[in-house]
Design a protein around this ligand. Structure first.
Ligand code: ATP
Ligand code: MG
Ligand code: MG
Ligand code: MG
Length: 478
């Protein structure tokens, strides 16, 4: 059986042998784009290369990019624990052509890696192409020999042509183009239809690799001009590929996750290893640890607030499984994470202590109010016949530090409970009103943590000053 580490290096070695320069992963906090919350795909660090304002010293590159989809345009947080294939944090393997090779080579190499190096049975694979991309269709059919019934054209059947899944664009204008996605059929015993079918959201056919062909420059009036130098941008989910190669269906069954889940089970004294909460905890420890490694700390704003919400969600799941322990539980997962991912990411081992301290402090802070918050939630649910409104969401957040998506997560677990349709909207309004009042009273929302840039510069063993920062965080929660 191939380990996830071996698959990671197989990919890199394969593309190295095809003349690609190996580029390190960029951090989760994008260096070149203040408008983007997190690095959500491999292309983020190459954005300016596609736009032509930056020229790297190579035309072919390959990398393993750490990604987070837990906020902003791409948000898979609500999928975690519910699908076999979604994480908040995941690793995206990618190969890139900057005006060098194009569709023919990209498709041929993808096929070679999958069917010759990794020896996947061809009959388990199927692909989608953009509905008008005859070129890609023909390469799959004529060069590769894939039968036409396993090349699915995806186009405007889901609405506007360019809102569809198989046309990729970075923004409303700029580089864009069609893509071809490769799916693996996990077998008829699993519910779900092929891509483009009404039940495509099931988990039988799982998308493993997206190959984007950037060939147009979209103008403000919507017209598509051909790019002088077409590019290739691909993304393969490492965990999904590991599931395929390890002969399991879901990402949570792969080696890395089995270790993390076993540790979460041990720490919460559970033996039901397929428990959804254990999966959530295993997913969230990766997202939270890598965010802290990349310079984010829990706070009430921006990136830090996303981190805070993910940590609190994880802690709520721990609470649900086993109650809260005085010395915390979530932060104790870091050691196992370092064991399973520290080789590939030495920075994780280097900053282990910072990560543990930050998680521990947040856990201690939240533990003070979580129990009371949960009791209050039960009271609301009984009083309202299982419905939670915006005012209640606001109270739960304001008084007990329970973010609204955490409450939504609980409500979703119960058949008898739901959010009022306007709850989130009303909550946002109440939050804005509260901020306005604070501003009018001259109380500026204090930055609850050290600026991320400073935290990132903290030497791993030097935590002078970090305690102060943690106290600052506690103050806001009190
Ligand atoms: P899906 O349709 O399954 O949500 P996607 O089309 O959103 O996937 P892309 O944006 O094309 O995914 O990203 C490229 C690859 O990254 C995917 O083919 C998949 O292998 C992987 N991937 C995407 N989102 C996730 C996630 N949340 N967790 C794990 N892997 C992911
Ligand atoms: Mg998706
Ligand atoms: Mg998709
Ligand atoms: Mg895709």
């Amino acid at each position: 059986m191939k380990t996830t580490s071996e698959i990671r290096s197989d990919f890199i070695e394969f593309f190295r042998s095809k003349g690609h320069t190996i580029v390190p992963s960029a951090p989760l906090v994008p260096a070149n784009d203040p408008t983007l919350l997190f690095t959500n795909s491999g292309m983020v660090q190459f954005k300016n290369v596609f736009l032509g304002s930056e020229k790297p010293g190579y035309v072919r590159a390959a990398d393993v990019q750490r990604c987070l989809r837990a906020g902003g345009k791409h948000n898979d947080l609500d999928q975690v624990g519910y699908t076999a294939r979604h994480h908040t944090f995941f690793e995206m393997l990618g190969n890139w052509s900057f005006g060098d090779y194009f569709k023919k080579e990209a498709i041929a190499w993808a096929w070679e890696l999958l069917t010759q190096v990794w020896k996947l049975p061809a009959e388990r694979l199927l692909v989608t192409v953009y509905h008008t991309d005859d070129e890609a269709f023909d390469i799959w059919h004529r060069d590769i020999g894939l039968p036409v019934d396993r090349i699915i054209r995806i186009g405007d059947n889901k609405g506007a042509p360019f809102a569809s899944d198989n046309f990729w664009q970075m923004a409303d204008t700029g580089p864009c183009g069609p893509c071809t996605e490769i799916f693996y059929d996990h077998g008829a015993h699993i519910a779900g239809g092929p891509p483009g079918s009404p039940d495509e959201d099931g988990d039988r056919f799982i998308e493993i690799w997206n190959n984007v062909f950037m060939q147009f420059d979209r103008q403000p009036d919507g017209t598509l001009l051909p790019l002088p130098a077409p590019c290739v941008d691909t993304g393969m989910g490492l965990e999904r590929m590991a599931a395929v190669l390890q002969g399991v269906h879901g990402n949570y069954e792969i080696d890395i996750f089995q270790r993390l889940i076993a540790e979460a089970a041990r720490l919460t004294s559970r033996s039901d290893l397929d428990n959804k909460s254990l999966r959530v905890i295993a997913d969230h420890i990766r997202a939270c640890s890598f965010l802290i490694v990349d310079g984010v700390l829990p706070s009430n704003e921006g990136r830090g607030y996303v981190l805070r919400r993910i940590i609190r969600r994880a802690i709520r799941h721990i609470w649900k499984l086993d109650g809260l322990k005085p010395d915390g539980t979530f932060w104790k997962m870091v050691g196992t994470l370092v064991e399973v991912m520290g080789d590939a990411y030495p920075e994780l081992a280097d900053k282990r202590e910072l990560v543990e301290r930050a998680l521990r402090a947040e856990e201690a802070a939240f533990a003070q109010t979580l129990d009371a918050g949960m009791q209050r939630l039960e009271g609301y649910l009984q009083r309202n016949g299982g419905r939670i409104d915006g005012e209640q969401l606001f109270q739960l957040h304001d008084t007990y530090g329970c973010p609204p998506d955490l409450i939504a997560d609980i409500v979703r677990e119960r058949d008898s409970a739901e959010l009022e349709p306007s709850a989130m909207e009303d909550y946002e309004r109440l939050m804005t009103e509260q901020k306005d009042r604070a501003r009018a009273a001259g109380k500026f929302g204090n930055a609850t943590t050290l600026p991320a840039e400073l935290a990132a510069q903290l030497p791993a063993t030097d935590f002078l000053g970090y305690d102060k920062l943690v106290e600052g965080g506690l103050e806001v929660l009190a």
